[in-house]
Every structure is written in C-alpha cells, then in structure tokens.
Write a protein that binds this ligand. Structure first.
Ligand code: FAD
Length: 552
C-alpha cells in the first residue's frame, strides 16, 4: 500500500502543478473544507492545500458544539443567532451520526448571569430564531426538577434551570468528511502542502500560489483564476505575504478544554454554567469522558504550537468545582486537554469574550480574498457567501456561470443515514458485532460517531489481522485513514481522525508500536524517521496531559 499512498500524493501534486484552476483554497480547516465543497459542487475546478494536517489548526480544538450561541443573544447579535441556529438543523440532517442532538441544562443561580424570567424568554426567542420544534423546544425546570436531572449541580442558590436543545459534533471529523465529499465533486485537496508565496501577473493581480510539499520538500506552483485564503489564525500572515495587510486585523484568543473520566465527573447532560468572573463555560459528557471548557484569553505566543498551561487548568477546575461542589476535581483527574486559537476580528476597546464571532471577508487590491472569524457551526453559510462572491466575479470578468449553492442537499460522512433513529439502529446492531469481535461495547459508539457507515469497511479490514482486538482495530483504522483520508503521520490518526488523543488517551500506548510498524511499512520510513514520529506522539500525549511539562 505504500506505493498507493505515496503515488497518490505525487500524482495529486503533478495535477496541482500542471492544471489551471478556477479556485485555490489555502487552509484545510472547516472554513476551507466548506468552501472547497461549495465551489466544487457548483462546478468549479478547485484545489485546496493545507500546510499541516486537515483540521490541525482551530478546527480540531473547539468546544465541538454546533450551537446557536445563546450568549450572542445576550449581546443582541440576533442575525448571527438566527443564522447559526438554523444551520444546526441543516448539518444535523446532512450528517446525523456526526452532528448529534445534545440536550443542554442551564442552571439558574441566585445572582448569576441569567435570571429565571429572562432565561425563559431568551430561550424561547432562541428556539424561535432557530426554528426549533416539538420535543426539542425549551422547558423551564424547577429547582427540584433540576436536581433530579443533574444531581451534581450546586444546590446553594439554585432557582431552577432552562433545558434546551443544541448539537454536538467532532470538529476534525466534520472537516475531513467535507474534504472527502469535496473530492467526490472533483476537488483536489492535499495536506502537508504549504502556501509559501503568491504569483502575480503584469497588473499585479494574484494568479497563483508558490507551494511546498512538506513531506517530500518538493516545490511547485499552482495557477488559478481566484484564490481564497481560509487560513484561520494565519490569515494575517498570508495577507502580509501579499503585501495587503492593513485596515481590519485578527485578534487571537486562546481557548482551552480539559478532559476527565466520566466516572470521576458523571454528568447526565451537558451543562452551560456561570464562572465567578462573569463568563460562562460548558461541561459536556461524551462517551467515556466529560470535557470542560473553555477559556478566552488574548494570545501572542507561537501560533503553530498552542498548549494548555497550569493557569488555564486552574481556572477551569475552579469554575467546575464552584458549580459542582461535591466533585472537588483536581489536577490529577485531568486525563487530557487541548488548546486552540479563535481567529476573531479585532474590535477596539473590547475584551476577548466581548468581540463578535461574526465572519468577515477581506479583498485585497491584488485580488486575494481572505475569510476569517465566524464559527464552526456557520461554516456552510460562510462558504456560500464567499463562493457567491467568486461566482459574481466570474460572471462579471469572464462571463462564466456556475450553479447556485446547494450544499444543504449534499449529505456527507460516508453513506447517508435517515436521521438520528437510523444511526441508533445501526449502533445497536454494531454493539453485538464488536462484542463478537472481542471489543468492548463502547467501540460501537466510537466507530459510528467517527466513521458512520464506513465502520463496515474498518471492521472488515480488522479481520485481516491476527493481533489482539484493540490492536487489530487500530491497525484497521490506520489502513482506512491512509487509503481514504490522506493520513500521513501517526498523529493524523491518533488526533484528527479518531480523537483518541483527547477522548481515549489511554488506548494509544497499547497500540502505538503496531501502528508505527504499519506507518513505516506503508510510507517506507527509515528507522530514524519512525523514532522521530514515535517521539512526536509521546510529546503530544505528554503535553495533552501535563501541559508544557509543568505538572511532571
Ligand atoms: P483553522 O481550523 O485554523 O484552519 C486554518 C488552516 O489553515 C489551518 O489548518 C492551517 O494549518 C492552514 N494554513 C495556515 N497557513 C497556511 C499556509 N501558508 N498554507 C497552507 N495552509 C495554511 N465554533 C462553533 O461553532 N462551536 C464551538 O463549540 C466552538 N468552540 C470553540 C472553542 C474554542 C476554544 C475555539 C478556539 C474556537 C471555537 N469555535 C467554535 C470556533 C471554530 O472552532 C472556528 O471558527 C473554526 O474552527 C475556524 O476554522 P478555520 O478553518 O477558519 O481555521
């Protein structure tokens, strides 16, 4: 298989090098992935490059909610709340195994952010703006009902709660599945290819990108009519390369999440709660863990390596222990963590959490289009807006027409499900199957939420290995990732394709050697290369748990 993957990469680079594109997208986070699918499905010839792995920037480090953003209602961002609220239902319909309905509890505490009356009205407006119907409509719970639903919530000062509907996802899987769907519409996408500079014509209009394949060190050029930079926190760096940095700029705010075992923090429902400093954070149960986040602090460190530190941990543990006083979570309880950067649009005089989450499009004199800000939840609409702009330019400048946006009708994620019930039926059947294959039942949920119906291919491949079931499963996932999801390095698999680094970190060590052996064989690695990759996995595992080595 080595030859297939390596050949596939070099063949893709040859195509990128030789062909003329309608649109180049720089950045393989959720924004770039959404744009690639939107543009390719309208008939454009699209190429997308990502300097690292897909979703390795902010798009694997979010709170992983597809949500309307209740707090934006408080800031009167009505249009934003309406748009993202409606988008939740659309992406749930398109990929119901990846965007799951998640009931959310909002405890109302004496003197807290939300009063009982304002919450009742606020949640009603929230549901109305998002078009929420039936059982999903919010209900207001009494103090007793709240304690019954979530016995861990602080009783002192508790006045009741709001109980309402949101959605949970896996941001990195969402991104990779969109990239795969874009490929089905003939978009060419490649990870580990960096945009190093731009190519201009005599009128100083940008007509191409100078690229470097980080894997083979091969440099090449791509040519295109239009270029969109969807580089997230790196957008200003690319604007500087284009000499078009000026006017509005990005403001980077760091957000951290901590992961603890569900046994230690046994939540029944996701809870959105007050922090003593006036902010609000989430505690979200997810299979065998509960995760907590997030912080919101200005960031001016290395944007290529963002890690949790002890202050972030202290802040989040204090906040949780304040709302769930019986827990008394401690540093030792933290199994894993992740840290990411919000690429916000800077607004004078506002703190990080006050700045708007709206997206913004910048157009430079050279013709480079940059898009930043926004939310995971609104990726489809962001893509539609910026591709509409490109379509208009094509019409005006080339008299060339493309279809209207129709991504709301393109299911993705590997084999469509007919709604959440269909997903549940598939998982139920799978629970028996994984048990028969020697795996714990929870792997059924893990597999379906990651791979959807592609689980069948993974399990089929598993039967080819004679190892212990857990090892055979990991090897089958790596095989699937290398063949179908451009997995090139172990961390692509452990972090962005499977989420093991965050949600099942203890499952990595037992499979690590076998997985590295497969990588070495697939990609012809030397022993020293294998050792380097092993050390990188260990470093990231260590950092996720012990942050910058500060807790050791
Ligand atoms: P990124 O994901 O950062 O992608 C940009 C990509 O561009 C990167 O992968 C980078 O490697 C690549 N790149 C940069 N330079 C180059 C180059 N020169 N050549 C090639 N590639 C390049 N939103 C929600 O809707 N729900 C949430 O629950 C939520 N929670 C959040 C919590 C936190 C802590 C944070 C930080 C954000 C959260 N968000 C949430 C917001 C959401 O995660 C972001 O809006 C979104 O992920 C941004 O995606 P992006 O594609 O624009 O950026």
């Amino acid at each position: 298989m080595n030859s297939t993957s390596t050949l596939h990469r070099s063949h893709t680079i040859d195509q990128m090098d030789n062909e003329q594109f309608d649109l180049i997208v720089i950045g393989g986070g959720i924004t770039g992935a959404g744009i690639a699918l939107d543009a390719a499905s309208r008939g454009m010839k699209v190429a997308l490059i990502e300097k690292d792995d897909f979703a390795s920037g902010t798009s694997s480090r979010s709170t992983k909610l597809i949500h309307g953003g209740l707090r934006y209602l408080k800031q009167f961002e009505i249009a934003l709340v309406r748009e993202v609220g409606q988008e939740r239902a659309i992406v749930h319909r398109l990929a119901p195994h990846l965007v799951l309905s998640e009931k959310m509890l909002l405890p109302l505490i004496e003197g807290g952010t939300f009063g009982k009356f304002s919450t009742s009205i606020g949640l009603k407006v929230y549901d109305f703006l998002a078009g929420v119907e039936g059982d999903d409509k919010r209900v207001m719970l009494s103090r007793e009902e709240t304690m019954e639903k979530e016995p861990l919530v602080r009783k002192e000062g508790l006045r009741g709660s709001g109980f309402y509907a949101e959605y949970r996802t896996d941001d990195a899987r969402l991104t990779i599945e969109l990239i795969k769907m874009a490929a089905q519409h003939q978009a060419l996408s490649l990870n580990y290819v960096k945009a190093e500079g731009f190519i201009y014509d005599e009128q100083q209009k940008v007509v191409g990108v100078k690229c470097k394949d980080q894997n083979s060190d091969r440099s090449f050029e791509m040519h295109s009519k239009y270029i969109i930079s969807a580089a997230g926190p790196w957008v200003d760096k690319l604007r500087k390369k284009d000499n078009s940095f000026g006017g509005k700029r990005l403001f980077l705010s760091k957000g951290v999440h901590l992961v603890v075992s569900r046994k230690r923090f046994p939540l029944n429902y996701a809870v959105y709660f007050d922090v003593p400093d006036g902010r609000m954070i989430f505690a979200i149960p997810r299979q065998r863990v509960t995760y907590i986040g997030t912080t919101d602090t200005p960031y001016d460190g290395d944007i290529n390596h963002v890690v949790t530190n002890s202050e972030d941990e202290e802040y989040l543990l204090k906040a949780v222990n304040n709302m769930f006083p019986d827990l008394q979570l401690r540093s030792e309880d933290v199994e894993s963590s992740w840290a990411g950067l919000r690429p916000l649009i800077y607004e004078e005089g506002k703190s990080a959490s006050e700045m708007s989450r709206k997206d913004e499009i910048f157009e430079s004199e050279t013709g480079l289009i940059s898009i930043a800000g926004g939310k995971l939840t609104g990726y489809r609409k962001m893509a539609q807006r910026v591709v509409d702009l490109v379509v208009q330019r094509f019409e005006k400048e080339e008299n060339k027409r493309f279809k209207d946006c129709h991504t709301d009708k393109i299911p993705f994620g590997g084999g469509p499900f007919n709604g959440a019930e269909d997903v549940e039926t598939y998982i139920k059947a799978l629970r028996l199957r994984v048990k028969e294959m020697g795996l714990e039942e929870f792997y059924a949920d893990y597999l379906v939420y990651n791979y959807g119906r592609q689980t069948d291919a993974v399990l089929q491949q598993m039967t080819h290995y004679k190892d212990e079931p857990e090892v055979a499963l990991a090897r089958a996932e790596v095989w699937f990732g290398a063949n179908n999801e451009l997995v090139l390095r172990p961390l692509d698999y452990f972090s962005r394709r499977s989420g093991r680094l965050y949600f099942n970190v203890d499952t990595i060590e037992p499979v690590l050697e076998a997985v590295l052996d497969d990588f070495q064989q697939y990609f012809d690695w030397s022993d020293s290369h294998r050792q380097e990759e092993l050390e990188l996995v260990r470093r990231d595992m260590h950092e996720a748990r012990y942050f910058e080595y500060s807790k050791t």
